[in-house]
Write a protein that binds this ligand. Structure first.
Ligand code: PGA
Length: 238
């Protein structure tokens, strides 16, 4: 069973609940679990709509502390209270746009555990790092610094240069990285691939050894595309 996660980023309004309703109406897809991660403003509304369905709801970021004087921040406990089951931490847009270092990501993942959420820890190299042949060294450092201790875990490999660009690594490149990551996380940890996953490339990417699902940005905002990607998971094909 693969995990197909929609990362809505800073998109969506209350009316977007119609997209979640569409996913719920479409019914379960054998071979794929669906998780939608909308902006924090929509987590409670979406969780209410998806309750008792095959669609899960997660969040995109959390603060490391459970509460306090942190204007504008949101605690993992608040996300759990709103109905989230997972939270993305360490997305490259947070690492670069908000200066999040590996220790910060580690603290956020630990906060997710404290709140009973499963962290989806993102790692990935830049284009310069890949061209310098440093991909595995960078990923090794990110994994060592970001992964929390024991607990349910999802890891997402997202090459920074593949996010929102339409470019993806080759299946062989994905296989190399996913094998590397699988050897460094507890057995059974889903390792998702993310970065320009679309209906037309999902089947090839999801079939790569050690790929346990996808983290989907742009294409997750269209239920038809998101469902097509989920239907491309091995074991989902009719
Ligand atoms: P994308 O984004 O699918 O739009 O490339 C993926 C992500 O950043 O999670």
């Amino acid at each position: 069973m693969q995990l197909i996660v929609g990362n809505w980023k800073m998109h969506g309004r209350l009316a977007s609940v119609a997209l979640v309703e569409a996913l719920v109406r479409a019914g379960p897809i054998p071979g794929a679990r669906l998780l939608v991660c909308p902006p924090a403003t929509l987590v409670a509304r979406f969780a209410e709509t998806a309750r008792q369905s095959h669609v899960g709801i997660g969040a995109q970021d959390c603060h490391a502390e459970p509460e306090g004087a942190f204007t504008g921040d949101i605690a993992a406990e608040m996300l759990a209270d709103a109905g989230a089951t997972h939270v993305i931490v360490g997305h490259s847009e947070r690492r670069t746009g908000h200066g999040e270092t590996d220790p910060v990501v580690h603290a956020k993942a630990a906060a997710a555990y404290r709140a009973g959420l499963t962290p989806i820890v993102c790692v990935g190299e830049t284009l310069a790092e890949r061209e310098a042949g440093a991909t595995l060294a960078i990923l090794g450092r990110q994994l060592e610094g970001s992964l929390p201790g024991a607990g349910p875990l999802v890891v997402a490999y997202e090459p920074v240069w593949a996010i929102g660009t339409g470019r993806t690594p080759t299946p062989a490149e994905v296989a190399e990285v996913h094998g590397f990551i699988a050897a460094r996380v507890p057995a059974g940890t889903p390792v998702l691939y993310g970065g320009s996953v679309r209906p037309d490339n999902a089947r090839a990417l999801l079939a790569v050894p050690n790929v346990g699902g996808a983290l989907v940005g742009g294409a997750s905002l269209t239920p038809r595309d998101f469902l097509a990607i989920a239907s491309a998971a091995p074991g989902s094909a009719p």
